[in-house]
Design a protein around this ligand. Structure first.
Ligand SMILES: Nc1ncnc2c1ncn2[C@@H]1O[C@H](COP(=O)(O)OP(=O)(O)OP(=O)(O)O)[C@@H](O)[C@H]1O
Length: 264
């Protein structure tokens, strides 16, 4: 197993507007230190991929960004969103998650109709105007590239959809809440290549209106869809740069070894 110097790090400065940033984020699972001093800026309306070997801390870091680790880990450091530290204990986490949505690895639609999957959270958040609900239903399904496939079956069970359609429904469910930022944890890893490419096309279109941060094991996927890429190794962010630089001219040896498959 090769060893790398964690002091060797290259974090590119973002020139665009920043949608979200972390400062010195540390995560502990009990005594186990999972994320070390993670400081990154995420540019608005861009796709950022988090890549790295299994266990390098990508999902742990992603989950910090909308407080999904609250019950399972100790998260220290700052997570800055609209000039507010959303890692502060006084912050309403449900409010955070309305602005920063999450889509998981396995599609997890509710055992309800397609329509209710989209409308459930909206109604729970006090949106009852029929016209507005209908508008959000259609727009979110269109934006998730699912409308044409389901528009005649809105009252059928979401569980009858294919895996790829279920995942696009989960994306639609997230964006129906009009979040600002969308976090996705390996959203296509359980899907076939055609469904994967539909999800990728969908994310590219969504990045015009949303800031997207995605964990992926698939390096071709990272290079195809993302504008920026962060490479994680053993809980450290080793390199962060525009995706084209990471894949064609990495600054750090560990990154070069990882993307060329000569790692570990
Ligand atoms: N709930 C948990 N309790 C304790 N340790 C955990 C927990 N979740 C993750 N870890 C540990 O934290 C470290 C980082 O794991 P994490 O799942 O964030 O990595 P990852 O890069 O996303 O891996 P993968 O690509 O396999 O999903 C690993 O050592 C893992 O064992």
């Amino acid at each position: 197993m090769k060893t790398y110097d964690f002091n060797q790090q290259y974090i590119s400065k973002i020139e665009q507007e920043v949608a979200l940033s972390t400062e010195n984020v540390q995560v502990h699972y009990g005594k186990s230190h999972a994320i070390f001093d993670a400081s990154l800026d995420f540019p608005r309306f861009q796709i950022t991929s988090l890549i790295g070997a299994s266990g390098s801390g990508k999902s742990t870091y992603l989950r910090c960004l909308n407080r999904m680790n609250d019950r399972i880990a100790q998260v220290d450091g700052k997570i800055l969103y609209r000039n507010t530290d959303i890692n502060s204990k006084t912050i309403n986490v449900y409010e955070v998650r309305r602005h920063i949505g999450m889509v998981f690895q396995r599609p997890n639609p509710f055992a309800k109709s397609i329509r209710e999957n989209i409308l459930f959270a909206l109604k729970n958040n006090g949106i009852n105007d029929k016209k507005e609900l209908q508008e959000r239903l259609e727009t979110s399904l269109r934006d998730a590239a699912l409308w044409d496939e389901v528009k005649d079956d809105l009252d059928k069970s979401a569980l009858a959809l294919s895996g790829g359609q279920q995942q696009r429904l989960c994306i639609a469910r997230s964006i129906a809440m009009h979040p600002d930022i969308l976090l996705l944890d390996e959203p296509a890893s359980a899907l076939d290549p055609i469904s994967t490419s539909k999800i990728e096309e969908t994310l590219k279109l969504l990045s015009k209106s949303y800031t997207i941060i995605i964990v992926t094991h698939n390096m071709q996927q990272a290079s195809r869809i993302s504008d920026y890429t962060a490479f994680f190794h053993m809980g450290h962010i080793i390199e962060y740069n525009q995706t084209k630089n990471i894949f064609t001219a990495p600054e750090i040896k560990a990154t070069e070894d990882y993307i060329s498959g000569d790692f570990g």
